[in-house]
Design a protein around this ligand. Structure first.
Ligand code: ZN
Ligand code: ZN
Length: 228
């Protein structure tokens, strides 16, 4: 299983960078997790959109979804449909974002399990300012992605059996918003069996100084690929 970071910033990107988006390649399937600003260009530099088996959204905040809008123009032009899995609601934004003829939309919640190219995918409702579902993908290896969340004990449920945790835990010590911070990353890293990939960096704070030196914390680079 391979993970490529399309973008790691939120809620807006640093200059020259991109918001949340990740490409997971496992058992021959290509699965995109989130599609924030700047990620479509990066994705297209790596794969043909026709090769993408599924796009899964953790939640509908702009920094995780906005590149779905220009993606629609591409899909119209080539007359191609993509499968999108998301927790839908009756909000105007959800309709604007996801109602499109080239999006084959499936609603997800905690009861959903998917088989995408032989990979098992399951979901866990976390603790964010809107409904956010962590995504756990098991192929030959297991990757869990928190999406956006404050600390909750459910992170340990996610980590159970996972080889890597892609976690919204790159905010500074004492951060008060609906995200985890570097102290959470350090706590998770006590489990040496799980690689902690610290994502959702803010444009104004670099967590490297606070997180360097922990052997199983990865400070990911955009467009880099990691073996899970
Ligand atoms: Zn976010
Ligand atoms: Zn969010």
């Amino acid at each position: 299983m391979k993970l490529t970071i399309l973008g790691k910033y939120g809620p807006y990107p640093k200059a020259g960078a991109a918001c949340s988006g990740y490409l997971v390649e496992s058992k021959g399937a290509k699965i995109v997790l989130d599609m924030g600003a700047g990620t479509l260009s990066r994705l297209l530099s790596l794969v043909d959109i026709r090769e993408v088996d599924a796009i899964i959204l953790s939640h509908l905040h702009y920094d995780h979804t906005s590149d779905l809008l220009p993606l629609r123009y591409l899909l119209e032009e080539i007359d191609h449909n993509v499968k999108i899995y998301a927790h839908t609601d009756d909000s105007e934004w959800c309709k604007i974002l996801l109602n499109h003829k080239n999006f084959l939309l499936t609603h997800i919640d905690e009861n959903t399990t998917l088989d995408i190219g032989g990979n098992n995918v399951s979901f866990l409702l976390m603790n964010h300012s809107v409904d956010n579902y962590a995504i756990k993908i098991t192929g030959d290896r297991t990757l869990a992605y928190t999406g956006d969340t404050k600390y909750t004990d459910k992170v340990y449920t996610l980590m159970s059996g996972a080889n890597a945790l892609l976690a919204d835990c790159a905010k500074p010590y004492g951060f008060g918003g609906p995200h985890m911070n570097v102290s959470d990353a350090i706590a998770f890293a006590r489990d040496k069996d799980v690689k902690i990939i610290a994502t959702h960096w803010g444009a104004g704070y670099n967590p490297t100084d606070d997180l360097k030196g922990y052997e199983n914390i990865i400070l990911p680079e955009e467009l880099a690929t990691y073996n899970i």
